[in-house]
Design a protein around this ligand. Structure first.
Ligand SMILES: [Cu+2]
Length: 498
């Protein structure tokens, strides 16, 4: 509505201007004054000169006034090693094109004034002038040549790829509508293979889980990088064109589906250091939240950001991530906190190709857990505490057949029995209350015997094991919920002598 009113106002204004000029012309033709026409031409010539001065001064003043909003000026210095070179390139271009801009505009308006229609003056007829042609072709060509060469040198430096032998880290950024997925290589330092056909709800990047390099890759929320380390970013997209843009680091590269691109840069200021620099500028010395004047100032909450610089759809604006540059030791600490995407989101699920086996670190963790529980039970005074629950021993539904992964925990039990030759244990089977109580009792005994048999086959003397079935008689949790029932279906070791 407002737009329409503004449009109509402009239209009316234009009509008024046209009408006034027509009245002017009419009045002149009525008076038939040659003199009036000449005065009008002189006046318009002077207006041209006034406009030229106002316009050029306006350009300079507004550029100066807004300079702190531009990259490369005021607070917005570059935070990467190659950044100042690009800023310099922009400045050189600005100076050269700025000079041309001023000269051509002065000439434009000055000629308009100088060669206005005057009594007795007649225009020269000049069909062609070789010298002029050469001058106005050669000068722009030379200026463009200098700019292009300068730019090409900078481009080649900026796009220089890493040497496989040098010290650098590689991460990956994948754009999709509408977010970035970041992937780090994990402790092995190598990113795993991807295949777009494997993309699904739990595998947003289509990682190939049979490639072991994928198993430790992690996908952090923030882009965290150590100061002073060369970073190569693999850039790609999953649907449409996006653009990986880190304005403070002067990094900008298209993310194209099916065409991997990259950018190599070295951050050289930490977020903290950059905040310190910003704190010197008045525009950053204001409260970050205007509603809370005593809260932190703008420079204190400043964060570098990753954005998408390709208009990629309605949610384009939301493709933002926080970038944190930290000291190398802080980075190492952060790295240790990160968890592999495979282990947190894929392990044990339907896409996991390793459901039938455990990794070494899992074996170690489970062994530690079992050994701790067993020594606690051995040390306990109260007979009720001399119980160890076998957290990783499971059976097929309604049967006494052990699942494949149960063998790892039972190996731990065997080792403990052989290390502590005096211990005798009762192997207790328990079920939930689903189905017939009699049947549950029989099933729990069969399961306890299956565990005892496994241990005997592994070398534990039979007389040290007493399999016992409790059925549904000793629940430890609420049978009304699935989690409670799962808790009640358990196998326990009770130390009966030591
Ligand atoms: Cu985008």
């Amino acid at each position: 509505m407002t737009g329409l009113i503004i449009l109509i106002s402009f239209l009316l204004l234009a009509i008024v201007v046209v009408q006034i000029s027509r009245i002017n012309e009419l009045s002149k033709s009525i008076r038939g004054e040659e003199y009036g026409k000449q005065r009008s031409i002189d006046r318009q010539g002077r207006y041209l000169l006034i406009f030229m001065v106002v316009f050029l001064v306006g350009c300079v003043v507004s550029a100066y006034y807004y300079k702190n909003y531009m990259l490369g000026y005021g607070p917005h210095t570059a935070a990467s090693e190659h950044g100042p070179m690009l800023d310099r390139l922009f400045n050189v271009t600005l100076i050269i094109t700025g000079i041309v801009f001023f000269l051509t505009h002065v000439a434009l308006f000055w000629f308009g004034y100088k060669y206005r229609d005057q009594p007795g003056k007649k225009a020269d007829f000049m069909p062609h002038d070789n010298k002029l042609e050469v001058i106005w072709t050669a000068i722009p060509a030379f200026a463009m040549f200098a700019l292009v060469i300068n730019g090409l040198v900078a481009w080649n430096k900026v796009m220089d790829d890493v040497d496989p032998d040098e010290d650098y880290m590689e991460i990956e950024a994948t754009g999709y509508q509408f977010a970035w997925i970041l992937r780090y290589p994990g402790p092995d330092g190598a990113l795993g293979a991807r295949d777009f056909r494997k993309i699904n709800g739990v595998n947003p990047l289509g990682q190939d889980w049979t490639d072991v390099k994928n198993l430790d890759d992690f996908q952090p929320t923030d882009l965290v990088l150590p100061k002073g380390k060369k970073v190569r970013v693999r850039i790609t997209a999953r649907d449409v064109l996006h653009d990986f843009y880190l304005p403070h680091f002067r990094v900008k590269m298209d993310a194209v589906p099916g065409l991997p691109t990259y950018f190599v840069f070295t951050p050289n200021k930490t977020t903290e250091e950059y905040r310190e620099e910003l704190s010197k500028f008045p525009e950053y010395q204001v409260p970050a939240d205007p509603a809370n004047p005593d809260g932190p100032q703008l420079w204190e909450v400043f964060e570098f950001e990753l954005a998408c610089a390709e208009l990629c759809g309605s949610g384009h604006y939301s493709m933002k991530k926080i970038v944190r540059i930290v000291e190398p030791d802080e980075y190492e600490a952060w790295l240790r906190e990160q968890q592999s995407y495979y282990l947190t989101s894929v392990r044990g699920g339907s896409d996991d190709p390793y459901t039938e086996q455990l990794f070494d670190f899992e074996l170690e963790a489970r062994k530690g857990e079992f050994d701790d529980a067993l020594s606690a039970a051995i040390d306990a005074e109260d007979p009720a505490d001399k119980i160890v629950r076998l957290k990783y021993v499971f059976f097929e539904t309604g049967s006494a057949a052990l699942t494949a992964l149960s063998r790892y925990e039972l190996e731990n039990v065997k080792d403990a029995m052989l290390e502590n030759p005096n211990i005798e244990i009762e192997v207790g089977g328990h079920t939930d209350n689903t189905g017939d109580a009699e049947a549950n009792l029989a099933l729990s005994l069969a399961r306890a015997e299956a565990v005892a048999n496994f241990l005997v086959n592994a070398g534990v003397p039979q007389e040290r094991l007493v399999p016992t079935g409790y059925g549904e008689l000793v629940p430890v949790d609420d049978n009304g919920t699935e989690a409670g029932r799962a808790n009640n279906r358990r196998t326990e070791l009770k130390i009966i002598s030591q």
